[in-house]
Design a protein around this ligand. Structure first.
Ligand code: GLP
Length: 247
């Protein structure tokens, strides 16, 4: 059977965010003890905003929900305002009724990073993967922080960030020098372990990556192409991100 990525077209970022939120909310209601795999970056912020609004308006409860985040910069404590731990608190966790102890992010400031990778792998294993993994995509096709060339059988590991990725993420830092050079990330195999994957893409800067994903071959040179080996992937993308694809 040929596996196909289901494509949902959105007019713009706000619609992409609403459509994504509807899927997450549906799962949280159907399975109040679900494990959500979460992502950082600019792309999912609108989704998180929608979840917060829904929580305030409708009281959707996250009391029994667990989360596992994809990645974290090496050398950053959770308290550092540029850490992904801070990002998640600020953009989602502190606004809904999720228990802080049920949220999980790799510890980028662990003394022994190899041990931290093993701990995080075991944690993902203990959940048997996420029920739903939210993903963004990097301009070079990276998912999590899995840069081109990453093995599809990779688990949680330490990565050297590419110049391209550091430049793309530099907007969050006071200067390029302060953008970390390494990160801890779930591997491709850890991501594919989730029962369902929701890939989000918005804006013209993602158009080339989305074209490559949908029209290119499956290759470790383009990490997101591993998603074509998964049986349940939905891409929600706006017109700008889909502009190079003939649908
Ligand atoms: C970072 C994150 C990825 C994210 C990507 C795209 O590198 N580690 O998880 O998907 O950036 O970010 P943005 O959504 O800001 O374009």
């Amino acid at each position: 059977m040929k596996l196909e990525i289901k494509i949902i077209q959105a007019d713009h970022y706000e619609e992409m965010s609403r459509l994504a939120a509807a899927q997450v909310i549906q799962l949280v209601k159907a399975k109040p003890d679900a494990v959500l795999g979460l992502a950082t970056g600019g792309t999912p912020i609108g989704l998180y905003r929608e979840l917060i609004e829904d929580f305030r308006a409708n009281g959707t409860s996250y009391e029994g929900i667990h989360t596992i985040n994809l990645d974290e910069y090496v050398g950053m404590t959770a308290e550092n305002s540029n850490s992904y731990a801070s990002f998640m608190k600020e953009n989602l966790f502190s606004h809904i009724n999720i228990k802080p102890e049920n949220t999980n992010i790799p510890n980028g400031s662990a003394e022994n990073l190899e041990d931290e990778c093993k701990r995080y792998d075991a944690l993902i294993e203990s959940f048997n993967g996420a029920d739903l993994q939210v993903l963004g995509i990097g301009r070079n096709g990276h998912i999590g922080f899995n840069e081109p060339g990453t093995s599809f059988s990779s688990h949680v590991h330490i990565v050297e960030l590419s110049q391209n990725t550091r430049e793309a993420n530099a907007r969050y830092f006071p200067s390029m020098d302060e953008v970390p050079e390494k990160a801890l990330t779930m591997g491709i195999a850890s991501i594919l372990k989730s029962r369902e994957i929701l890939l989000l893409a918005s804006g013209h800067t993602k158009a080339q990556a989305i074209k490559e994903l949908l029209e290119g071959s499956v290759s470790e040179d383009f990490p997101a192409s591993a998603l074509k080996n998964h049986q349940k992937v939905t891409l929600i993308a706006d017109q700008d991100a889909l502009q190079l694809v003939r649908l």
